[in-house]
Design a protein around this ligand. Sequence first.
Ligand code: SF4
Ligand code: SF4
Ligand code: SF4
Length: 503
Amino acid sequence: MVSQIPPEFIVKIDYDTCRRCRRCVMNCSFGCMQFKDRVVPDHVKCVACHRCVTFCPESAISITKNELAYKDSANWLPETRQNILKQAETGGILLTGMGNPRPYQILWDHMLIDACQVTNPSIDPLREPMELRTFLGRKPNRLEFTRDGNDEIELSTELQPQVKLDVPIVFAAMSYGAISLNAHRALAMAAKNSGTLMNTGEGGIHKDLHSYADNIIVQVASGRFGVTSEYLNTSAMVEIKIGQGAKPGIGGHLPGEKVGEEISKTRMIPVGTDALSPAPHHDIYSIEDLSQLIYAIKEATDYTKPVAVKISAVHNVAAIASGIVRAGADVVTIDGFRGGTGAAPMVIRDNVGIPIELALAAVDQRLRDEGIRNNASILCAGSIRNSGDVAKAIALGADAVIIGTAALVAMGCRVCQKCYTGNCAWGIATQKPELVRRLDPQVGAERLSNLLTAWGYELQEILGSLGVNSIESLRGSRERLRGIDLDEQTLKLLGIKPAGIGQ
Ligand code: SF4
Ligand code: SF4
Ligand code: SF4
């Protein structure tokens, strides 16, 4: 069958400046560039990963959208028609990577942060201390103290295990398999440098990362890949993954061709076999079942680590979160429908789930209403794009946020959405040795740490403008947020007033 699919992008080469160095040919991992007597692009293969553009020494390459491919229609958008053509040729489910790109309302952009003016002065973060540290784990509702023989005051309340974060930003769960070992190394190094956590995702942990255990969340997902007692204990925290924002209600699939020697060891499956994570955990069909797993993990880790449960943001997320906290989880992770993924059916990514902003507000409110908010920390994920989003998420009720796509972008990702092909030109979502080595873990770690440092400074600026000197003082302070261009029902769900209304 002859393909009728027109190219999405047009690759233009300025032959007047091109010096025929062929660097673009070597850098294009999607086979778009060929060298005949000069560089000749095959537009159909271009995914707009910008690798060639970045490394062309003459800036001779430009990538543009193929605007003329389809006649205008407000209803039959070019991508809609393109997808139909693809399915007419393949008869298969459309796969994709990264987060939901559809133009659903982004509620972060409809919330504005308050600032102090006269009566309640702002704080200058350059001259006064500003606290960004936060602790994840179950908190007591009250503290009790005793005096010892020397009249010294001692805390007598027994505290549950806590994990300290120097910045309220954690790296998202991304498995070794979905991303490269060098990307995992970079995340682990950056987590250590910045005093935060990375998350192994569901693929087990490579031995090279064992020395970073104090900065690692290990995940227990439905496939139980790599889960051993040693694995659980090589961590600061353990997370049970029930759902993922980008693909609520479905499992995962790492194709056999990506399961090489090293991945086979970390996942504990034979080389070349598909790593299939079932949609449900086959031993969890109730909150009681979940509770058994939470306490089995606590037993296995000698009650020394918080146990988190990660769910995707769905319609009844608040009730589910309440059950999770009552089941004994110390942290609830909520992942919104714009969260990233290495691979997901496009129809699920683009149509299933709810925005993290609404889910977070609903969960925080429900836990408060039930008097159990202190029993667990809330981690919020699903397209946190900048420090403004971080501040708004914390004001809506999160203890800390999770960044995945932003972290990958910091390392070089261009959000081309082709992670599922295994051809990532930036050495991130690939297992091909010649591509993996494109990402230097040291450089990746430095870029990630710089991002967290920059966002940390910006958070301090925001706190100063609000007249508070610690991130904990902002948590759940919805009165410091105002909605703009939001309907009454959405404002009510978010628990915030419209802009222009005072206290
Ligand atoms: S990298 Fe740039 S200069 Fe080199 S061959 Fe390609 S287009 Fe020409
Ligand atoms: S796929 Fe990437 S490297 Fe290849 S031509 Fe397109 S932008 Fe350049
Ligand atoms: S990780 Fe790589 S393949 Fe995935 S979106 Fe980013 S650049 Fe593209």
